[in-house]
Design a protein around this ligand. Structure first.
Ligand SMILES: Cc1cc2nc3c(=O)[nH]c(=O)nc-3n(C[C@H](O)[C@H](O)[C@H](O)COP(=O)(O)O)c2cc1C
Length: 189
């Protein structure tokens, strides 16, 4: 059975993003279960705002990198904050770019198994935003796992290096990560 190939992505550009800490933690756990995981940073990719006029002049190089990496993966670990109860602009922009198909190419999110996480210092953990992310990704062919995880009070669950140190949070992140690896491996077999 081929190892699951996973892209991990956070819907925040912030240097010390809590959601980035969640995907780093999930990525480590997925690797321990035999998955190949690559973390993609939207801050590093620095995608332009989607504009059909820009696209018509040629897909920007970093957009192409995002699309190619998504296409070559089996699954996606995605953690995002909610902004005003919804998806962050940076994540929606990345999804809009990735949803566009070049001639003959597969839609980048199509048939990717996706595990959704959110983290917030607030009490709902970003849960409301996840519903919007789920709707958008399901609408473009992603296979979003029914289970999802919103982590409230995330700022209390990290060590001094900004890594997830809380055992309960780690266990919950590990549970959803295991499900992603397991479902993806079954689909690959
Ligand atoms: C424009 C804006 C809107 C926000 N709206 C929400 C919200 O609706 N719910 C929530 O829990 N936190 C909200 N927050 C707080 C974020 O959860 C917090 O900034 C968090 O650290 C962002 O995630 P990150 O650390 O991964 O960047 C908002 C923050 C910003 C900047």
């Amino acid at each position: 059975m081929a190892n699951a190939k996973i892209i991990a992505l956070a819907g925040s550009l912030r240097k010390n993003s809590f959601n980035h800490a969640v995907i780093e933690h999930a990525a480590e756990l997925a690797k321990q279960q035999g998955a190949e995981v690559e973390i993609l940073s939207l801050a590093e990719l620095d995608l332009p705002m989607f504009n059909e006029d820009v696209e018509a002049q040629g897909v920007p190089a970093n957009v192409q990198i995002l699309k190619d990496k998504l296409r070559s993966a089996d699954a996606i670990l995605l953690a995002s904050p909610e902004y005003n109860g919804s998806i962050t602009a940076v994540l929606k922009n990345a999804i809009d770019w990735a949803s566009r198909t070049e001639a003959g190419a597969e839609p980048a999110f199509r048939n990717k198994v996706v595990a959704l996480f959110a983290a917030s210092p607030g009490g709902l953990g970003g849960l409301r935003g996840l519903n919007h992310v789920r709707d958008i990704l399901s609408g473009i062919g992603a296979l979003v796992l029914g289970d999802q995880l919103a982590v409230p009070a995330i700022h209390t669950l990290l060590d001094e290096n900004g890594k997830i140190s809380d055992a309960g949070a780690s266990e919950k992140i590990g549970g959803l990560t295991s499900q992603l690896v397991e479902v993806t491996s079954k689909l690959n077999s």
